[in-house]
Design a protein around this ligand. Structure first.
Ligand code: NAD
Length: 496
């Protein structure tokens, strides 16, 4: 291993090395005064990340633009091989990347961060094998004419990522974009940029300079300048519904394609014949309690058949009570912290709203941590909200914290209608032993990713993306690469 990552003795050195800089044109480019990045578990400043504005954004886009011609001209399989080898290099440095990620996100190293790096590397390897799938088609238009379509790259892709799963979400954008022949500017999340920089620099070692560039800054200063840049040919965004709307408007103003992965309020339906033990485990993983519920796909509305309701609640609270909330770096910890004070306040306000609702009950599980050096502010206990009406804000809005709504149901038609009563449409899950009920529910649930008797996270080769206000477009698959990172050109050639 002679990668740059091998020169870092530990995570602290990584964070110090990326002090207020961007990765542009294969170089570390200093940006002057930076933005403080906090360790949410301790409340202390971890380091400073670049505060890029329009000038730095322009430098990154120009770098990507300059690298575009030669990269697009490289055979697609060769591009793929480089992306795949970058994935393998990331896997070799997984522990270091995971250690950085745990410090800046507050996510537990054992239950979350290591898995995130592994999936990120896997995504690179998956897309790396798809270079020769960038196929067009021949069209039987006229026997005296050869009529065909070819796939071309779009140009400079702007990839904007959030803080909750920054590495996986970055790789879902850069891997297909690069294999398809585009060059990329990633806008890291200002809440958690350092693991993004480290993973990107590992990847860059397998690419010509300028093909991949990473900048950091605030949304209004850096993200908005990137989406407005005249040389950006495509925007791919993962983040909140509100910012997604702003980004989509920016794309519309310049008439460039944009794909959006936004929020969710995903229903999980537990039928009377469901396996109770498995569905309880599925509720815990589906709700992403070990990620503090900070997941767009979180099964945050759980509809339990009345015949199972009491047993389900008893088993669920017992399992949640057993999860250890604590220092994200401690191997014994299951649940780390919420990302920042603003998000913790949002979560607390939603729980207070539920507490004030007539007939509602709030159940808090687990114990707050007591470790030395930990700041208690951003730890939150898994919380269940019972007995809320369907139009309550806690049932309708994405809370993005460890808070699940548990509802009782008795009538199948009614529960399908309640599950679909949402402006979102990201994911849905059904737990049943009945094949016909599973088939019927999967057909009728209004969500882009529907699972039966399981709750997988994002997997390479399994198309992922939402309906309604959960977004536009798919990720993680060949379909996603072709649809979102290529354009189709039609060519008609006469024989005569
Ligand atoms: P956010 O929308 O606040 O920020 C996301 C990114 O957009 C950040 O990098 C931010 O700096 C940038 N940004 C902010 N304002 C901008 C602007 N005006 N122009 C351009 N960029 C701008 O989201 P967040 O708080 O970082 O992440 C949490 C949200 O992400 C949740 O709503 C969650 O549901 C969503 N999310 C969705 C998916 C999915 O695949 N559907 C996955 C993960 C997270």
């Amino acid at each position: 291993m002679n990668s740059i990552a091998s020169t870092f003795p530990d995570a602290t050195a990584v964070i110090a090395a990326y002090h207020s800089l961007n990765l542009v044109g294969g170089e570390r480019v200093p940006v002057g005064v930076g933005l403080d990045v906090l360790n949410p578990a301790t409340g202390t400043v971890l380091g400073q990340a670049a505060a890029s504005k329009a000038t730095e954004v322009d430098a990154a886009v120009q770098s990507a633009k300059a690298a575009g011609g030669a990269w697009a001209a490289m055979p697609a399989r060769e591009r793929g091989k480089r992306v795949a080898s970058a994935g393998r290099a990331l896997a070799e440095h997984a522990e270091l990347v995971a250690q950085v990620l745990a410090r800046e996100t507050g996510k537990a190293i054992r239950t979350e961060c290591r898995g995130e790096v592994a999936v990120s590397a896997d995504i690179m390897e998956f897309y790396g094998g798809l270079g020769s799938e960038l196929k067009g088609e021949t069209i039987p238009f006229n026997p005296r004419m050869l009529t065909m379509t070819v796939r071309e790259p779009l140009g400079v892709v702007a990839a904007i990522v959030p803080w909750n799963v920054p590495l996986v979400l970055m790789m879902l954008k850069i891997a297909p974009a690069l294999v398809a022949g585009n060059t990329v500017v990633v806008k890291a999340s200002e809440e958690a940029p350092f693991a993004t920089y480290l993973a990107a620099e590992i990847v860059m070692e397998h690419l010509p300079a300028g093909v991949l560039n990473v900048i950091n800054g605030t949304g209004p200063d850096c993200g908005a300048a990137l989406t407005a840049h005249p040389d950006v040919a495509k925007i791919t965004f993962t983040g909140s519904e509100a910012v997604g709307e702003t980004v989509y408007k920016a794309a519309a103003e310049r008439i460039v394609p944009a794909s959006l992965e936004l929020g969710g309020k995903s229903p999980m339906i537990i039928c009377a014949d469901a396996d109770l033990t498995k569905s309880v485990a599925g509720a815990i993983s589906g709700m992403r309690f070990t990620r503090q519920g900070q997941s767009c796909t979180a099964s945050s509305r759980i509809y339990v058949h009345e015949s199972l309701y009491d047993g389900f609640l008893t088993a669920l609270t017992a399992k949640l009570d057993a999860l250890v909330i604590g220092d994200p770096l401690d191997e014994a910890t299951d649940i780390g912290t919420i990302i920042n004070a603003k998000q913790a306040k949002v979560v607390a306000e939603y729980v207070a709203l539920a507490e004030a609702a007539s007939g509602a009950k709030v159940v808090r599980c687990g114990k707050m941590p007591e470790g030395a050096g930990l700041s208690p502010d951003l730890f939150a206990r898994p919380t269940l909200l019972l007995g809320l009406p369907e139009d309550h804000p806690c049932v309708q809005n994405e809370i993005f914290g460890p808070v699940a709504v548990i509802q009782k149901w008795s009538d199948y038609e009614d529960v399908i209608a309640r599950a679909n009563d949402s402006r979102y449409g990201l994911a849905a899950t059904v737990w049943t032993q009945s094949l016909s009920m599973a088939l019927d529910a999967t057909a009728r649930l209004n969500a882009g990713y529907v699972q039966v008797n399981q709750n997988l996270t994002i997997q390479p080769n399994v198309s992922y993306g939402g309906f309604g206000r959960s977004g536009v477009g798919k990720e993680a698959s060949l379909e996603a690469m072709l649809a979102h990172f290529t354009r189709s050109k039609t060519i008609v050639m006469s024989f005569d």
